[in-house]
Design a binder for this molecule. Structure first.
Ligand SMILES: Cc1cc2nc3c(=O)[nH]c(=O)nc-3n(C[C@H](O)[C@H](O)[C@H](O)COP(=O)(O)OP(=O)(O)OC[C@H]3O[C@@H](n4cnc5c(N)ncnc54)[C@H](O)[C@@H]3O)c2cc1C
Length: 321
């Protein structure tokens, strides 16, 4: 699948852009699942101003999608039409200690690095990030959390660029946080954030980080091609319990499998397509609804187009509820 070249739409602005523009870049190269078709145009801006200039010049009918480290994404086999923006480390990967218990970090800073810098500065409340394999931008959008702490507890404010190229600042309240969700306008690309923790001894933080790592190693298939938790925890229970009750632990479709170790994690065992993975997810949803009456909601973000004749229909409508 190859998309038509979008560069001519930028006109003269294309020459002003300092970042990297790559047509038809395969996204399987950057997603944790190692699946996904091409981005029509992948843009890696040099900095926030470069991003704003690009978005101002891009005709408004061209769709824009932002991706982070791809650890919570299922990009479909037909790829993503329009521009896909990925903020690189250079320009968006700095962490600064602002004094007190505050850090300012770029959206491409890996969560693990945030935890490390917080520990070095005796700032508590960031150890949970040690085990989350994304970057700050994804954490801000997903309200990433673990071990009883969520991103929303750390956010003071967030800088972002809108689809029309305006640079804006949002407060914690503006981010509209709920479980694994932010209701901040969908077009916003988060570029950096000020985060706040509290005083804690470095030794205590390091022990907490070690515990998080040990738990991950034992309980999650962290060295596999996966997207983390496939489904959100339903009210009052855990998604893995629902998947298990539906008999779907280890269920396999093509190269896609529900992990035996943690059955809310989907795996690309070798050569799965996005079609295999999404079909597996929808099959689990249908079986879970039938077995338990619970409608599981996807936590993984599914993006892009299906490959031709490989559309996956949501199965829940088909189980006679
Ligand atoms: C092994 C494993 C373990 C995991 N454990 C956890 C866990 O314990 N807790 C948890 O919450 N998650 C977990 N995850 C899921 C994932 O790591 C988090 O959701 C993470 O925050 C996603 O960050 P990312 O950079 O990979 O974003 P991506 O997966 O690339 O994108 C996720 C979403 O964020 C949006 N996004 C990304 N960057 C930006 C930006 N700059 N501006 C605006 N929107 C943006 C994307 O459009 C997309 O909607 C796990 C994943 C794996 C593979």
């Amino acid at each position: 699948m190859t998309y038509p070249d979008l560069l001519p739409l930028l006109g003269d602005t294309a020459n002003e852009i300092r970042g990297r523009l790559v047509p038809n870049q395969l996204l399987s190269a950057i997603t944790w699942f190692r699946v996904g078709g091409p981005a029509q145009l992948l843009f890696q801006p040099a900095d926030e101003l470069d991003l704003a200039t690009f978005l101002k010049a891009l005709p408004e009918e061209v769709p824009v999608t932002v991706v982070g480290l791809g650890s919570n994404l299922l990009v479909r086999d037909g790829g993503i039409e329009g521009v896909v923006i990925r903020l690189p480390m250079k320009g968006f990967g700095q962490v600064e200690h602002l004094g007190g218990h505050r850090l300012k970090a770029g959206a491409s800073v890996p969560d693990k690095k945030l935890a490390e810098v917080a520990a070095q500065n005796s700032i508590g409340g960031f150890a949970f990030y040690t085990g989350i394999p994304g970057a700050l931008g994804g954490a801000l959008r997903m309200n990433a959390g673990a071990h009883g702490t969520e991103t929303k507890q750390r956010v003071v404010n967030v800088n972002a660029v809108s689809r029309s190229g305006e640079i804006v600042t949002l407060s914690n309240e503006d981010m509209g946080y709920a479980y694994r969700h932010s209701s901040a306008p969908k077009d916003l690309i988060f570029t950096s954030a000020v985060l706040e923790g509290y005083h804690e001894d470095e030794g205590v933080i390091r022990r907490e980080m070690d515990e998080v790592t040990a738990h991950r190693e034992a309980a999650q298939p962290i060295r596999e091609k996966t997207g983390g938790s496939t489904f959100k925890n339903p009210e009052g229970t855990s998604a893995w319990k629902v998947v298990d009750a539906a008999g779907c632990r280890g269920l396999q479709i093509g190269g896609a499998k529900m992990s035996e170790l943690h059955c809310n994690f989907m795996l690309n065992t070798a050569d799965a397509t996005a079609y295999d993975l999404e079909t597996l997810g929808e099959t689990v949803r249908a079986r879970a609804a039938k077995a338990t009456g619970i409608r599981l909601e996807w936590e993984i973000k599914r993006l892009g187009r299906f490959a031709e004749d490989r559309e996956v229909l949501p199965f829940l409508g088909e189980v006679g509820e």
